[in-house]
Design a binder for this molecule. Structure first.
Ligand code: EPZ
Length: 420
């Protein structure tokens, strides 16, 4: 177990290039299972979660070849040797559950461990299973395993009680080879859903409506392998934008799709940060004065829950009182106890956190409870007086490629200390 050490107080300056989107890569890796051939995914972030997903696919019989310098992954799904996704992967990487739809669609069967909860919530999958059952799959849950089988899935109309990202993705991937048309109503509309739909269509699927609340999938007989470059990671981009604002610096964040950042950009401007958009980059300039504002996390295009911890750090230093409401996950405030140890003045009431801005945070020894909480602790260290040590940094490595190197490149005094 290593730790990240940050000496706070340096305004960040310069340019930083955002990597490919983790939450687009993972479902697209699952989608490659739908074609018996070799697909190529490019624009890869080299992350722990991508490595874990490669191991999961290898367990199914997929040959994964990394083209490191090209940032591409070759996935040879010609021969599948197993239709089972074991608990050892699903418990570590919830996105493993996304192989359910593709395996069921291609091989008419899947056996997959039920994902448990995690630091931010119970993370059930009943919307995924309800969708597969609505398409005619026989679904059984026993001893912590889900077994689903279907000779051929049947297109149907599905309404999602909540616009779940994962459920939308699993149902899309199951429906592309179903007989007839499937519509998903109240579907998730995140950019990663659009990217998945674009990849499926390059494979020969007929998916329309991605990015809206109603997605329509016309089933086809078969799909062929494809090549695709994933979209940039909007959450990594937002993390650097907040880092620039927090430290009173000026940073040009490159490899960004500005329209994906609309909610974060609007809120940064609301607290008084200067944000300038270019076609594929965003420049952020902090001016040392931050005004309080209220945040409510919502499904896209609302303010992203994955930016809630990072923004809470910013608001902990804003002048005035801010109210943060987390509507997507039921327990995504645990990290605030760590932030309080750095001098933040806040209290949590259920799904709401009331944050009274303070003049300064103090460096301290803290830990990363989950991926985005870990990133938030790093941001707090950048702004704090003195030195901050962040433990449990394996969480951060899951979703940020070389966060320390990228921040050091912007002038931060930050380094990793891995245990000998
Ligand atoms: C995806 O998770 C992302 N992960 C998450 O990013 C992100 O926070 C989340 O979407 C919301 O945007 C990946 O894409 C790999 P959901 P997912 O299904 O698909 C409830 C990160 O840090 N729900 O939209 O698991 C669920 O409990 C991660 O990169 C049900 O009730 O999210 C939660 O409260 C964290 N039943 C809410 O919906 C279901 O069947 C949102 O979950 C499914 C979900």
């Amino acid at each position: 177990m290593g730790r990240i050490v940050v000496q706070g107080g340096s305004p960040l300056r310069g340019s930083v290039k955002v990597s490919g989107a983790k939450n687009a890569v993972l479902p697209i890796m699952a989608a490659s299972l739908l074609a018996a051939g070799e697909s190529m995914i490019c624009g890869l972030p080299w992350l722990a979660d991508v490595n874990t997903f490669c191991r999961l696919l290898a367990g199914l019989g997929v040959r994964c070849t990394r083209l490191v310098s090209e940032r591409c992954l070759l996935l040879d799904c010609r021969e599948l040797e197993s239709l089972e996704a074991p608990y050892e992967y699903v418990r570590r990487l919830r996105a493993s559950f996304l192989v359910a739809g593709p395996l069921l669609a291609r091989e008419k069967y899947v056996r997959i461990a039920l994902p448990g909860g995690c630091a931010i919530g119970s993370r059930p999958v009943e919307l995924h299973l309800k969708g597969l059952a609505a398409m005619g799959a026989q679904v059984q849950i026993e001893h912590g395993w889900v077994e689903a089988r279907a000779d051929r899935l049947q297109g149907t109309s599905i309404y999602l009680d909540f616009p779940s990202v994962g459920a939308t993705e699993n149902i899309m991937m199951a429906a592309v080879l179903a007989r007839g048309v499937t519509t998903i109503d109240n579907a998730a509309s995140e950019p990663e859903i659009v990217d998945l739909g674009n990849f499926l269509n390059v494979m020969g699927a007929r998916v329309t409506g991605m990015g809206t609340r109603v997605i329509r999938i016309e089933g086809v007989e078969s799909l062929h392998p494809a090549a695709h470059t994933v979209i940039p990671d909007r959450i990594e981009a937002g993390t650097f934008m907040v880092a620039a604002a927090l430290t009173g610096g000026e940073v040009r964040v490159e490899n960004v799709i500005p329209e994906h950042m609309a909610a974060v950009t609007a809120k940064l401007r609301e607290v008084g940060v200067h944000v300038e958009e270019a076609p594929a980059a965003i420049r952020v300039r902090g001016n040392g004065h931050l005004a309080a504002c209220d945040i409510k996390t919502l499904p896209y295009p609302g303010f992203p829950t994955d930016m809630q911890p990072q923004f809470a750090v910013l608001l902990s230093l804003a002048r005035g009182t801010s109210v943060i409401t987390e509507t997507v996950f039921e327990s995504r405030f645990a990290y605030l106890d760590e932030l309080k140890r750095m001098g933040a003045n806040l209290r949590v009431e259920g799904r709401t956190a009331v944050v009274r801005g303070v003049r300064k945070l103090q460096g301290a020894q803290v830990k990363a409870g989950d991926l985005r909480a870990g990133a938030a602790m790093v941001l707090a260290g950048l702004a704090a007086h003195g030195q901050t040590e962040i433990g449990c940094i394996h969480h951060i490595d899951r979703g940020y490629e070389d966060l320390v190197g990228k921040l050091a490149g912007l002038g931060a005094s930050i380094w990793r200390e891995d245990d000998l």
